[in-house]
Write a protein that binds this ligand. Structure first.
Ligand code: SME
Length: 158
C-alpha cells in the first residue's frame, strides 16, 4: 500500500502543520502498535520539516530510553530531571529552548543542535515518554510548534 506523504513547501509553518495533521491521522488509523505509530510520526515530521533530529524517548524502569527517531545517532538513556527531555518529564510540561547552551544541564547528543522543543506524552494521566525535536538553528521553535506538536501527539492516544 502506498503511504506517500504530500509535502508542502513555500508556506508558513502553520500551513505545513495543517497539511500534515490529517495525513498523520490517516497513517495512525487502524494501527495500534505503538512503535509503528511513533516511527511513522517521527518520519512524517522529518519529511515535512527536515529538522535536524526528531524522535521519541519512552519511559522504561524510571528512565527515558531512546525510541523511534529520525536523524543522527543519539544518547540512549536519560534520567528523570536530566537535560531538556528529563526536565519535561519531571515537570510534565512542554519546554521550548531557544538556545540550548543557556539551558542548565542540557544534554548535547550532537554539537550541531542549537535549539530544541520537548513535549511530554501522556497516557492515563502519566508521562509515558517525550517527543524531542532539535534544530541546528537558534530559536527555531515557538508556541505554534508547541500547539501543533501537542495536537499530533494527542493523535497517538486515539
Ligand atoms: N538534548 C536532549 C537530549 C536528547 S537529544 O537532543 C536527541 C536533552 O537535553 O534532553
Amino acid at each position: 500500500m502506498a503511504e506517500d506523504l504530500t509535502i508542502i513547501t513555500g508556506t508558513g509553518k502553520e500551513e505545513q502543520y495543517q497539511s500534515l495533521i490529517p495525513q498523520i491521522k490517516g497513517l495512525l488509523t487502524g494501527e495500534d502498535d505503538q512503535i509503528a505509530n511513533l516511527a511513522n510520526v517521527a518520519a512524517a515530521l522529518k519529511e515535512q520539516f527536515n529538522w535536524f533530529w526528531v524522535g521519541f524517548y519512552l519511559v522504561k524502569n524510571e528512565e527515558l530510553v531512546l525510541g523511534p527517531f529520525q536523524g543522527p545517532v543519539a544518547c540512549t538513556r536519560i534520567k528523570k530531571g536530566k537535560g531538556v527531555c528529563g526536565a519535561s518529564w519531571e515537570r510534565e510540561e512542554t519546554i521550548v529552548v531557544p538556545d540550548v547552551d543557556q539551558f542548565p544541564g542540557h544534554i548535547a547528543c550532537a554539537s550541531a543542535s542549537k535549539s530544541e522543543i520537548v513535549l511530554p506524552l501522556f497516557h492515563k494521566g502519566k508521562v509515558i515518554g517525550v517527543l524531542d525535536v532539535d534544530s541546528e538553528h537558534l530559536a527555531h521553535f515557538d508556541e505554534i510548534d508547541a500547539l501543533y506538536l501537542r495536537q499530533i501527539i494527542t493523535l497517538l492516544n486515539d
